[in-house]
Design a protein around this ligand. Structure first.
Ligand code: ASP
Ligand code: MG
Length: 469
């Protein structure tokens, strides 16, 4: 059994649904379970509609819903080959949306469980459309109500799976149809409490659903079908030669997620990864391309891992805070006092470097800097600089590779490096440069670690958009 998850753009129009069908057909011998997101930007539209309703604007809220309904039926009519039947099947769902929006417009507030029920409709609709479309195209698809398969806590808006209960219900709701030779199609993002109240897993939660189903079904792999080729060695908008990373460990992928890697958030894959189930990121527009495999194994166990560099990530809009004191810096207590200031201002610190008399930290949320400066000046002298970027070379095995630091600095030439640190995870080497030097730094590093010379010496394919977020 495998789990195939299709994101919003991979179910968003008629050609996308046709491609989805071809991909599912191709995988038939592996017994797919199909998990789908809402079509296109449906969830955003539903959020918008509910927002309007909660401000009392029923008319505008219902207009947005009507737009979603029209667009959905346009696509569904062609994709399923039967306008009247699909319209009839979806009518109660759109009816419920209108009812909830109207009630919310009267209440002028959204009960938390109403929010979940409302937003769940994007996926409840798309899964019905896709199931019907697959049948129209000759595949034995059956729609399965996600609320009967995925059991969650009642933490509305961000429900957590109850894996034991989900294992039992999924065995019945998903494994049984698969054993019959059917292809279950189920909404991502959606579950229900044991009492049957509809919940959602949080925005972007369809990947999480796929990983949860894979875990409880003990699937062989998860496929995340999206609109990019996979994780890249660098952001292709910065580095034209950036290429897809064939294999990356889950931990390396997490490291990149901090830098705004758009593809997916590896934490949502944890249920699968923790059970050793690999996740393949694939481009549904180019099913012939291999994509990226996120593997669960320890890095270094794989001969392909080579010298270990996977990707270069970069984040702009960073500020650095340099704190210097003549007081005993390392005296116990000083660092605590220092970090207390950041904690008090609710600002996370990313990189930290220390010397005998100074500490430098980076923050990516400059909103509270003046308050932080004020408080820090009571204990030390403080210098704050904004307009900086963190550039980060990610790779599990970097720590074992001699000369990595030398190669980094050699390749960077005259780019001024303001701060450097090896992450405690030792899965990355990060440094701070001026924002205007960041793109050049990424290109130079890319040439060194992933360029033709690096490739000739047999280094592996690697990385995800080190997008300068
Ligand atoms: N449709 C939901 C969202 O947009 C869940 C998902 O697509 O993963 O957040
Ligand atoms: Mg998504």
């Amino acid at each position: 059994m495998i789990v195939q998850k299709f994101g919003g753009t991979s179910v968003g129009d008629v050609p996308a649904i046709a491609r989805l069908a071809a991909i599912v057909r191709e995988a038939r011998s592996e017994h797919p379970v199909v998990v789908v997101s809402a079509m296109g930007d449906t969830t955003d539209r539903l959020v918008e509609s509910l927002g309007l309703a909660s401000r009392g604007d029923a008319k505008a809220a219902l207009e947005v819903l009507e737009g979603v309904r029209r667009r959905t039926l346009e696509v569904a009519a062609v994709a399923t080959g039967s306008a009247p039947e699909v319209e009839e099947e979806l009518a109660p769902l759109f009816g419920a949306l209108v009812d909830i929006a109207s009630a919310v417009a009267i209440l002028r507030s959204v009960p938390p469980d109403a929010d979940d029920l409302f937003l769940a409709h994007g996926e409840l609709v798309s899964s019905r459309v896709v199931a019907r479309a697959l049948r129209f195209l000759g595949l034995p698809a059956v729609w399965v109500d996600a609320r009967t398969a995925l059991v969650t806590t009642a933490r509305f808006g961000r429900a957590q799976p109850d894996l034991e209960r989900t294992r039992v219900s999924s065995a019945e709701r998903l494994r049984v149809p698969v054993a019959r030779g059917d292809i279950p199609v189920v909404a991502g993002f959606v579950g229900a409490t044991p009492e049957g109240r509809t919940t959602i897993l949080g925005r972007g939660g369809s990947d999480y659903s796929a990983a949860i189903f894979a875990a409880v079904l003990e699937a062989r792999r998860v496929e995340i079908w999206t609109d990019v080729d996979g994780m890249m060695t660098a952001d292709p908008r910065i580095v034209a030669e950036a290429r897809v990373v064939a294999r990356i460990s889950a931990e390396e992928a997490s490291e990149l997620a901090y830098f705004g890697a758009r593809v997916l958030h590896p934490l949502t894959l944890a249920p699968a990864i923790e059970r050793g189930i690999p996740v393949h990121v694939r481009n549904s527009r180019h099913a012939e391309r291999p994509g990226t495999e996120i593997h669960a194994g320890p890095a270094g166990s794989d001969p392909q891992d080579g010298d270990g560099a996977r990707s270069i990530a970069c984040k702009k809009g960073i500020a650095t805070v340099d704190v210097a004191t003549s007081r005993m810096l390392m005296a116990s207590g000083f660092l605590r006092t220092l970090f207390d200031v950041f904690a008090r201002h609710d600002t996370a610190v990313d990189m930290v470097t220390t010397s005998e008399v100074s500490v430098s930290v980076t923050v990516d949320d400059p909103g509270r800097l003046s308050g932080i400066q004020h408080d820090l000046e009571e204990i030390a002298s403080v210098e704050i600089a904004t307009g900086r970027a963190i550039v980060c070379l990610v790779g599990e095995n970097l720590k074992f590779t001699p000369g990595v630091a030398a190669r980094i600095f050699r390749s960077l030439g005259n780019v001024n490096v303001l701060m450097i640190s090896q992450g405690a995870s030792r899965r990355n080497v990060s440094f701070v440069v001026a924002e205007e030097d960041a793109d050049r730094a990424v290109r130079l590093l890319h040439a060194e670690f992933f360029g033709p010379a690096a490739r000739m010496s047999g280094r592996p394919e690697s990385g995800e958009p080190g997008s300068c977020a």
